[in-house]
Design a protein around this ligand. Structure first.
Ligand SMILES: [Zn+2]
Length: 296
């Protein structure tokens, strides 16, 4: 392990020579999470949860290694009614939330109330898969660990923590035995789990990278692999944004344009503004993509 710093916004993978039946992953996000939320004015408590949710999406996206989007969505009855975080297979993240007056709510339970966390795997080809877990476990990591316990075949556990400038995550997973060959005699899974449980929020938030992995697991000979870089990016477009208008139907859409010459839709994720006028009405009512000169 040569490069020990966690200053790069990335997901990293590790294997331990003395725990061959386990894989480890960390995620560390600093500037990227700020880029992601900079244009959204959020209370700190909402921002913190968005950051942790997106860190988890990064870990899950890289764990499953599929071509498409990993989407984590919270629907709650508390001041935060909706929160979503996405990570694409290219390492592009985005997140947003809807909330009302959060008052002095500060705990996860008080902020989100009751509801569920949905884990959606949205591949570019093939079927979408969604699993849900109730918001009963006191934190995002608690809900996801509950989700893993109920739905995963593999032992998987994750930890998340954030401070003002960075968010970090750790995920450990037991690798299935291959070809029926038992790895049991070399197993150090229990040792690895026990060591992982000693991690502090402070360490995880500020330093989720090779140095932390070495500090925690040095007796198991960890090795790190090339980092997977994470950056902020939004997949919105005028065409995608138009779906909301199309969903209104022809009569209502014509009525709207009759009342106002220009309709404006903002992308909640990135702040991009899309404008539609009478000239767009024809393609909005057809299945055609927008005229190229109106693309923004
Ligand atoms: Zn956007």
């Amino acid at each position: 392990m040569t490069d020990l710093t966690a200053d790069q916004d990335a997901v990293r993978r590790y294997l331990c020579d003395l725990a061959p039946d386990a894989r480890l992953m960390t995620v560390h996000l600093g500037k990227t999470k700020d880029d992601m939320l900079d244009h959204q004015t959020m209370p700190v408590a909402v921002k913190t949860l968005c950051e942790e949710l997106v860190a988890a999406a990064c870990l899950l996206s890289h764990m499953l290694k599929f071509d498409g989007e990993m989407i984590l969505q919270i629907k709650g009855s508390g001041p935060i009614t909706m929160m979503v975080a996405e990570c694409s297979s290219e390492g592009r993240i985005r997140s947003t939330a809807q909330w009302s007056d959060i008052g002095d709510a500060s705990t996860f339970e008080n902020l989100v109330g009751t509801g569920y966390l949905a884990v959606t795997v949205d591949p570019r080809q093939g079927e979408r898969y969604q699993g849900i877990v109730p918001l009963e476990s006191g934190s995002i990591s608690g809900c996801l660990n509950h989700y893993f316990e109920n739905s995963e075949q593999l032992d998987t556990k994750l930890w998340l923590a954030s401070n003002q400038s960075t968010v970090g995550g750790l995920l450990i997973q037991r690798i299935p035995e291959e070809g029926g060959q038992s790895l049991q005699e070399y197993s150090n899974w229990e040792t690895l789990s026990t060591l992982a449980n000693t991690i502090t929020d402070h360490e995880l938030a500020s330093d989720a990278g090779p140095l932390l992995i070495y500090k925690l697991f040095h007796e198991l000979d960890p090795r790190s692999f090339d980092p997977w870089t994470i950056e902020f990016g939004c997949s919105c477009s005028k065409e995608r944004s138009a779906r909301a208008l199309r969903a209104l139907g022809e009569i209502e859409l014509k009525q709207l344009f009759a009342e106002q010459p220009q309709l404006t839709l903002d992308c909640h994720f990135c702040g991009q503004v899309y404008q539609y006028d009478q000239a767009d009405l024809e393609w909005l009512l057809s299945d055609q993509p927008p005229r190229s000169d109106t693309l923004q």
